[in-house]
Design a protein around this ligand. Structure first.
Ligand SMILES: [Zn+2]
Ligand SMILES: [Zn+2]
Length: 307
């Protein structure tokens, strides 16, 4: 049934109060009737009827048949949400179609990657959580957040949630999965001419989703921070990188404690060194930004040795 529908047909199906109510009712009924660990409950026609205000059973039957195939799936046991149904109903329930409340500008810890000043301010710009530097007035970082995320967190909790979210996104990018749609992501390492970032790292990793066209860019050094070798290296030194925001990495790049360089051509290989006092972790990546070797090193008499 779905295969004959165009995208506009699929959205037109939702241009009806009763159908939107049905989807909402299915989610509410599943939430109320599901037992812990039972998985997604399939709802009988009569159960849905109890939850929806609809004139009679034949009306409900008509609307259910319209929704089935795209937003609902029907089996002998009843109805449940499809992937599209899930996405749409969570979108509706969370109110993520509304404009987010305003937030900021609020000072956050960390330094500007361009000028080194402790003058970072977080604020909302459309659907983006943005951090700009009030000293050099450059945009420092930004990531999309949802209106529900803004609505359900106070200022400090929102900043914490953005930090955790950026770590989760980075982990997904590292394994080549699009955080937006789940499709395979391909990554490239590129050298950006006139890159405004500090000389310590002149490479960018760009990850592109060929399906939903989402693109992610990150300095090469930042792209390996959530590799297990780096997480463990920092954890051993009392630093939990997974709880830090991207902007908290800036001081390492600005001071030159984190560096990257190309070490081989054809095939290309790159090395990132993340230093912490006399110790460092060294990660070697291929041209697809995949980490292929790691080692810990220690500086003695100005030279790094394997530790
Ligand atoms: Zn600045
Ligand atoms: Zn995608």
């Amino acid at each position: 049934m779905t295969e004959n529908y165009s995208v506009t047909d699929i959205f037109r199906l939702l241009a009806d109060d009763t159908r939107v109510d049905i989807l909402r009712a299915v989610a509410v009924a599943q939430y109320e009737l599901e037992e812990v660990g039972s998985g997604s409950t399939e709802l009988a026609f009569s159960e849905i009827y109890d939850y929806v205000e609809v004139e009679n059973t034949s009306k409900l039957s008509y609307h259910l048949s319209e929704l089935t195939g795209t937003y609902l799936r029907k089996s002998d046991d009843g109805y449940s949400l499809t992937h599209a149904g899930e996405r749409i109903v969570r979108f509706i329930l969370s109110g993520n179609y509304q404009q987010p409340d305003s937030f900021g500008p609020k000072p956050v810890e960390g330094v500007c990657v361009f000028c080194g000043e402790e003058a970072l301010e977080a604020f909302l710009s459309h659907q983006f959580f943005r951090i700009d530097c009030s000293a050099c007035e450059k945009p420092v970082t930004g990531q999309p957040i949802t209106p529900a995320q803004v609505k359900t967190h106070d200022d400090n909790a929102l900043i914490q949630s953005v930090k955790r979210q950026s770590a989760e996104v980075a982990k997904q990018l590292r394994i080549g999965m699009c955080p937006e749609c789940g499709a395979h992501l391909s990554a490239d390492i590129i050298e950006v001419p006139g890159n405004p970032l500090p000389d310590a790292d002149s490479f960018l990793v760009t990850s592109t989703c060929e399906e939903c066209l989402r693109e992610y860019n990150s300095p090469l050094t930042y792209s390996v921070v959530h590799h297990p070798a780096s997480i463990a290296f920092h954890w051993d030194r009392g630093v939990d990188v997974s709880s830090q925001g991207i902007w908290e990495f800036n001081e390492h790049l600005y001071k030159g404690d984190w560096t990257s360089e190309q070490i081989e051509s054809n095939p290309d290989e790159y090395e990132v060194v993340l230093r912490h006092e006399r110790d460092a972790v060294r990660l070697v990546l291929d041209s697809t930004a995949t980490v292929i070797r790691t080692e810990r090193v220690r500086r003695e008499n100005g030279e790094f040795h394997r530790s």
